[in-house]
Ligand binder design. Structure first.
Ligand code: PGA
Length: 246
């Protein structure tokens, strides 16, 4: 599972170029879930281009609100479903830190999505928490929101250490593998239906380092920010994941 998080980036022109470059670089392989989460306003434009180029890419969004109605500025899960989006990211560290989202509000979002679309829940420790060897405690706290919940089999986690996002720094692949195993165990033992989720790694993944992460048993894919903004580098990463890179 390889997912692009475009954050607040892009334009109609960029998306047009992106689609052409992706198509030129991508080596077909139909077994991997490849997704893009563009800004909401570009969902329709990107969907059209994906159809024009016949690309096997699912469209999703970067966040979701808890309901429809009198909530100025909000977008609900029913709306994104109506636009044929198939997943939403929730709990990204930028939502937690810039927009002050709490574990409680992320839990409410998880409930509002239910099984309407797939959910990718982002968790990860800060540099300080990492330095103090507090990573697993922090992840456990962030995962406490799923306690006792019945989750859909399409529920996934993205492990994104905050200090690795957009910095060029990453944990070592074997450390990521160990954390992913820990996350799978916590989710399995705390959910009401004992699911074992796909766990994606996110934080400075690019086409030069992706293979080192994908080799690890518990790394089921990646959530990619910066390197996903170029169609060519994103397609390269998908090809590497598929074992098709030349
Ligand atoms: P990055 O971002 O790949 O630019 O580090 C990842 C993310 O924030 O999801």
């Amino acid at each position: 599972m390889i997912v692009a998080n475009w954050k607040c980036n892009g334009s109609r022109e960029m998306i047009q170029e992106w689609s052409k470059h992706y198509k030129d670089t991508y080596i077909p392989f139909d077994k991997t879930f490849v997704g893009i989460a563009p800004p909401y306003v570009y969902v329709d434009h990107l969907t059209n281009l994906i159809n024009v180029h016949e690309l096997d890419i699912k469209i999703g969004v970067q966040d979701i609100d808890i309901s429809s109605g009198a909530r100025t500025g909000a977008i609900s899960v029913d709306m994104i479903k109506d636009m044929k989006c198939q997943f939403t990211i929730i709990g990204h560290s930028e939502r937690r830190n810039i927009f002050d989202e709490s574990d409680e509000s992320i839990s409410a979002k998880l409930d509002s999505v239910g099984s309407k679309v797939a959910t990718i829940l982002c968790i990860g420790e800060s540099a300080e928490e990492n330095k103090n060897k507090n990573t697993k405690n922090v992840l456990k706290r962030q995962l406490s929101i799923i306690e006792g919940k019945i989750l859909s089999s399409s529920f996934s986690i993205a492990y994104e250490p905050v200090w690795a996002i957009g910095t060029g720094n990453t944990p070592a692949p074997d450390e990521i593998n160990d954390i992913h195993k820990f996350i799978k165990d916590v989710v399995q033992s705390s959910t009401g239906n004992s699911i074992v989720p796909n766990v994606l790694y996110g934080g400075s993944v690019n086409d030069a380092n992706a293979e080192s992460f994908f080799k690890e048993d518990n790394v089921d894919g990646a959530l990619i920010g910066g390197a996903s903004l170029q169609g060519k580098s994103f397609a390269n990463i998908v090809n590497i994941f598929n074992g098709k890179a030349i």
